[in-house]
Design a protein around this ligand. Structure first.
Ligand code: NIG
Ligand code: FE
Length: 416
């Protein structure tokens, strides 16, 4: 499997099975061993092929007792920095109000914007820390977090700084995405083009100058921004050398996906109303489709994304929690895996690819994250399961025995 042997090994996992998530498949190696040197995976293969001297020279030997090792999950779409709560809206929706109705009356994203503007940076950090800790305990080792509840320069930057602080504080790798064009703030109620000018002329240059986000996202939707406004933001971001992605075709077909594809977007996300022509453009430009079954479920959406078309066109499919206070307050990747199978007809293998290597693709991190390969980051989770499908089947259970991020053990119940 790995012809060149490392000179030294820091951690050696034995008595394990691997789902390496390579070659667009689980790519299982049973009765395996896996070695880590420094931050990276340095040897993988069948345990019987492990050279004796590697076993004897390792610093730390971990007996996985027949557990399964998968790459840590990559949660590629979250909005987990927010102030306030929207549980009242959840109850309104249970009584029949729709997400769009609530948003049109100034609730929804706008209510979170108010609370997020009012919260201090420290308050936001404390609230978001609990959510990051919950995701880490679910085996998520790479995470994307968007801004988008500030909708003015100062609060957008405050959110992005909180995301940066989370990245420094927690062992997970965190990518920040600027989503200034998430909703039209009330002070621009009659001037959406004016707000887009603020985003493109003031906010984006500041985000670039401060190197505070790697990607730029837009909510392209009838309750948010139209196609030509979306194009302006994506064009400015591209001119500034930032990567782009898009909330596209969530509530209606706005032709956002086709346009984002022309900008070689990393991903188009949601996609319930994606058309065949939009999907073809995504395939042509190698754009990852990010499916968010939590939002579909919480909004009681009935239109499924065209999953069979995505599969037929061989578009990489990622799945993610979309953790946010309105449409997807879901803190569990294993629950999302189950929903991806039950609601969107993904196989267990496709769902797991979606939460690992395809999640990494949606962030442009596929060379270092999302699969178990020599030279990749040692972001690994040891699971007490009989088969990888158990992670989709045992809905909501999280039988984690060890989490390693960048070669460092973060959680370990194997050697109590
Ligand atoms: O991904 N679609 C827009 N943005 C979020 C929802 C944000 C909110 O309701 O607060 C989403 O579903
Ligand atoms: Fe979202």
């Amino acid at each position: 499997m790995t012809p060149l042997e490392p000179d030294k090994i820091d951690t050696l996992f034995i008595n394990c099975h691997l789902a390496t998530m390579t070659g667009n498949a689980l790519s299982i190696i049973e009765k395996a061993a896996l070695a880590v040197t420094g931050k990276t995976i340095s040897w993988i293969g069948r345990q019987k092929d492990l050279p004796d001297h590697l076993r004897t020279s390792c610093q730390k030997l971990i007996d996985c007792r027949n557990g399964w090792i998968l790459p840590g999950f990559v949660d590629c779409h979250t909005h987990l920095v927010w102030g306030g709560s929207r549980s009242n809206e959840f109850e309104m929706r249970l009584s029949g109000a729709t997400y769009e109705e609530i948003s049109k009356k100034g609730g929804g994203i706008f209510s979170t914007v108010q609370s997020t503007r009012n919260a201090s940076k420290d308050e936001l950090f404390t609230l978001a820390s609990k959510r990051v800790a919950a995701l880490l305990s679910q085996g998520i080792t790479t995470l994307e977090i968007k801004s988008g509840y500030g909708l003015k320069l100062e609060t957008e930057l405050k959110m992005l700084k909180v995301i940066g602080q989370l990245d420094k504080t927690f062992p997970l790798h965190i990518e920040a995405t600027f989503l200034g064009a998430h909703a039209l703030p009330q002070e621009f109620a009659d001037d959406s083009d004016g707000y887009i000018d603020l985003v493109t002329k003031t906010m984006l240059p500041a985000v670039k100058d401060q190197a505070i986000a790697t990607a730029v996202d837009v909510f392209c939707e009838r309750i948010a921004f139209n196609l030509s406004q979306t194009r302006k933001v994506l064009q400015t971001a591209t001119d500034l050398g930032l990567k782009v992605k898009l909330h596209a075709e969530q509530l209606s077909d706005s032709n956002g996906a086709a346009m984002a594809a022309q900008f070689s977007a990393l991903s188009c996300d949601h996609l319930e109303y994606l058309s065949l022509s939009g999907a073809k453009k995504m395939a042509e430009h190698n754009v990852t489709a990010v499916l968010l079954p939590g939002a579909f479920y919480f909004l009681k959406e009935t239109k499924k994304p065209p999953v069979q078309i995505l599969k037929d066109l061989k578009i990489p499919i990622a799945v993610s929690t979309d953790l946010n206070p309105g449409s997807s307050p879901v803190h569990s990747m294993t629950l999302i895996l189950n929903m991806a199978c039950m609601l969107f007809d993904l196989t267990c293998e496709q769902a797991l690819l979606g939460a690992t290597i395809n999640g990494a693709k949606a962030l442009g991190l596929e060379l270092s994250k999302g699969s178990i390969e020599k030279g990749k980051d040692a972001d690994l989770v040891v699971w007490d399961i009989d088969t990888p499908a158990d992670l989709c089947y045992l809905a909501g259970l999280t039988p984690i025995e060890m989490i390693m991020i960048g070669g460092k053990i973060q959680h370990n119940t194997l050697h109590k």
